[in-house]
Ligand binder design. Structure first.
Ligand code: OGA
Ligand code: MN
Length: 271
């Protein structure tokens, strides 16, 4: 079965209608990668795959990052009994790019619900290529050479605004990273690199940094660039981590929400 696609919004998100065997066979993998790059997010409904199939599908699309979770599956939850890093994962409620601190941010992530919350827990994605493309020319010029320092500490302030000295020291052990605000990809296309890990803009005052980062985030997360996914059991969602930001809408830690994530290794450096 070939692929049938349906746009979920004009600027971001496509549903792909296909079957498990087509995905496992890998014959459409390049086509899926192309749709992912163009549309930012792809959604498969009623696929009902298991962990092994999720990893096998991921392997047709790129190189799976081992070392995160077990057998290519990482458990996304706010429940500390299920994942000891659940507190850290609460940072995912704020717009972010996964792995922005790494030299090669992940290419993409595959996410599938194992158990859903009765309320909350939709996931939103915004298209940072489209947001860049639509910026007024003078804004493009103003940010062309700007860089932001990203840190784990910055993301944590969103979760814990009044961190203790010990907590701050702990998060400051992770090295910070300078990233361009405008990412020029190998394709020549440009996207915005923002999110909760973006601490401040280099060479700019604290006030100007905060204002500029908020202004750009507000711009990039306007409704026309956002797709909101309402999860159903059986779904598989893949997002391009190099051309989108995402966040999960709040849900209770004891809601039972559990998602299984597989990530694809980055193929383009962000430096
Ligand atoms: C992630 C993430 C969002 C969600 O897995 O990187 O941000 O919906 N997850 O749980
Ligand atoms: Mn994330």
């Amino acid at each position: 079965m070939a692929l049938t696609t349906r746009d979920l919004t004009p600027r971001i998100g496509s549903e792909i209608i296909t079957d498990i065997d087509t995905l496992l066979g890998g014959g459409e993998a390049q086509a899926i990668r192309d749709i992912l790059e163009q549309r930012g997010v792809v959604v498969f409904r009623d696929l009902d795959i298991d962990d092994a199939q999720q990893v096998a599908i991921a392997r047709t699309l790129g190189e799976c990052v081992e070392g995160e979770g077990e057998d290519g599956i990482y458990k996304i939850t706010f429940d500390e009994k299920v994942n000891a890093r659940a507190k850290y994962l609460q940072g995912s409620m704020f717009w972010h790019v996964d792995g922005s601190l790494q030299p090669y941010p992940n290419l993409a992530a595959l996410l599938r619900p194992v158990s859903l919350a009765a309320t909350g827990g939709d996931t939103e994605f915004c298209n940072t290529y489209a947001a860049y493309d639509d910026l007024p020319e003078e804004d493009k010029r103003a940010i062309a050479d700007l860089r932001a320092i990203h840190s784990a500490e910055s993301s944590q302030y969103y979760v814990r605004p009044e961190m203790s000295y010990e907590e701050i020291c702990f998060w400051q052990q992770s090295p910070t990273k300078s990233c361009p605000i405008v990412w020029t990809h190998r394709s020549g296309r440009k996207s915005l690199v923002l999110g909760a890990s973006a601490d401040y803009v280099e060479g700019v005052s604290v006030e100007e940094s905060r204002a500029l980062l908020a202004k750009l985030r507000d711009w990039a997360t306007q409704p026309q660039y956002v797709y909101r996914h309402k999860w159903r059991m059986g779904d598989l969602v893949i997002w391009s981590n190099t051309g989108t930001m995402h966040r999960v809408l709040p849900y209770a830690a004891d809601s039972g929400r559990l998602m299984h994530r597989t990530i694809l290794a980055g193929e383009e450096p962000l430096h």
